[in-house]
Design a protein around this ligand. Structure first.
Ligand SMILES: Nc1nc2c(ncn2[C@@H]2O[C@H](COP(=O)(O)OP(=O)(O)OP(=O)(O)O)[C@@H](O)[C@H]2O)c(=O)[nH]1
Ligand SMILES: [Mg+2]
Length: 300
C-alpha cells in the first residue's frame, strides 16, 4: 500500500555576506530576475520572497541583504536586521559563500548561524572560477570545520552548475504544510517595487565609488496607457553635489540609466515603457529612520 506524500512548504533563507551571489542564485532557481544583481556589494536592501511551486512542494526563497560590518548608517543597520530576522524565521538556511574568497564577514555570518535553530546547508558559490576542480574538495573540507552543516554543495549560480542537486535536497528540510501562496505567485513584491529596483540596478552599475549607496528610487507614477506603461521615478540622493554626478555631463548618464532600465522593463513586461527620471536631494536620508520608512525600507 502506498502512502500519499504530504505536501511540503517552507521558508528557505538565503544568507551570506554581500556580493557572494545570493540574488543570482535565487534568480537562477526561478528562471527569471526577481532580485537585482550587480558586481558591487550591498546591492540587495530588502527581504524579497521568490516562490517556487511544484506538485509536491512550495519553496519560498527569502533573498536578504548581505550581512556586513560597516554599520554606521541607519540603512546598514536596517539591512543587517532584515537579514537576521529572515534567519530567525527560516525553516532552512542556505549559507552562501564565495569559494574564491573567505572574509571576516563570513566568520560573522557563521557566528550568527550558530545561534539559529534552522538547519544550514552551505554553498560554495562561484565554483566556475576554481581550477583544477580538485581544489573544491579542499574548500569543502575547510568549510566543514567551521560549522555543523547538513550538507556542503559547490555550485555556480551564474553558470547553473549543480543547482538541480541542490534543489532536490531542499524539500527534505521543509515541514509538511499546505502551500502558503497561490501556485502562480512568483514574488511578494509589486511590479512598482521591481521597477524601482531595476532603475537602482542600472544606477549602481553605471555610477562610481560610494554614490550608489547614497541613492534610492521612488516610483511616483505607474500607469498603464494605450501606448504602453508610463513610469515617473525620482532618484533621491543625499547631497547637492551628488545630483550632478547622477545626471552627468549634458544629462548623458541619466539618459544611459533611463535607456537601460526602459529596455529591460519593456522586455520583462512585454509592453512599451515610457520612463521619466528626476533627481532630487533629501539630505542624509539613509541615516534617518523616518526617511527610510517613507522610502519603503523597513526591517521585515
Ligand atoms: N563567476 C561567478 N560570479 C558570480 C556567481 N554568482 C554570482 N556572481 C557574481 O557575483 C556578483 C554579486 O552577485 P549578487 O547575486 O548580486 O550577490 P549578492 O550576494 O546578492 O550580493 P548583495 O545583494 O550585495 O548581498 C555579481 O557580479 C554576479 O554576477 C557565480 O556562480 N560565478
Ligand atoms: Mg543580493
Amino acid at each position: 500500500m502506498s502512502v500519499a506524500q504530504e505536501y511540503r512548504c517552507g521558508l528557505v533563507a538565503v544568507i551570506g555576506r554581500p556580493n557572494v551571489g545570493k540574488s543570482t542564485l535565487i534568480n537562477a532557481f526561478m528562471g527569471r530576475k526577481v532580485s537585482i544583481v550587480t558586481s558591487k556589494p550591498q546591492t540587495t536592501r530588502h527581504r524579497i520572497l521568490a516562490v517556487l511551486t511544484s506538485e509536491l512542494q512550495q519553496i519560498i526563497f527569502v533573498d536578504t541583504p548581505g550581512l556586513h560590518r560597516r554599520t554606521g548608517k541607519a540603512m546598514n543597520r536596517m539591512m543587517n536586521r532584515t537579514a537576521a530576522n529572515a534567519l530567525a524565521d527560516a525553516d532552512l538556511v542556505l549559507f552562501v559563500s564565495d569559494v574564491t574568497r573567505w572574509t571576516v564577514e563570513d566568520d560573522d555570518v557563521i557566528t550568527r548561524l550558530k545561534s539559529g535553530r534552522a538547519p544550514v546547508v552551505a554553498l560554495l558559490n562561484k565554483a566556475d572560477k576554481v581550477h583544477p576542480k580538485e581544489k573544491l574538495l579542499t574548500a569543502i573540507a575547510t568549510l566543514s570545520e567551521r560549522h555543523d552543516f547538513k550538507e556542503i554543495v559547490p555550485i555556480s549560480a551564474l553558470k547553473n552548475d549543480n543547482l538541480e542537486r541542490l534543489l532536490a535536497l531542499i524539500p527534505n528540510f521543509l515541514p509538511e504544510s499546505p502551500a502558503l501562496f497561490p501556485g502562480d505567485t512568483v514574488t511578494d513584491r509589486s511590479v512598482e517595487f521591481h521597477t524601482s529596483e531595476v532603475i537602482r540596478e542600472k544606477l549602481t552599475l553605471l555610477l562610481h565609488q560610494e554614490l550608489p549607496y547614497g541613492l534610492t528610487v521612488q516610483i511616483e507614477r505607474y500607469v498603464i496607457e494605450d501606448s504602453g506603461i508610463a513610469i515617473n521615478a525620482i532618484i533621491w540622493v543625499e547631497r547637492d553635489s551628488q545630483k550632478g554626478m547622477v545626471v552627468g555631463k549634458n544629462g548623458r548618464l541619466l539618459k544611459k540609466v533611463g535607456r537601460a532600465a526602459r529596455l529591460e522593463l519593456a522586455e520583462q513586461l512585454e509592453q512599451a515603457v515610457h520612463l521619466e527620471l528626476w533627481v532630487k536631494v533629501k539630505s542624509n536620508w539613509s541615516d534617518n529612520e523616518q526617511h527610510l520608512a517613507n522610502f519603503g525600507y523597513e526591517s521585515s
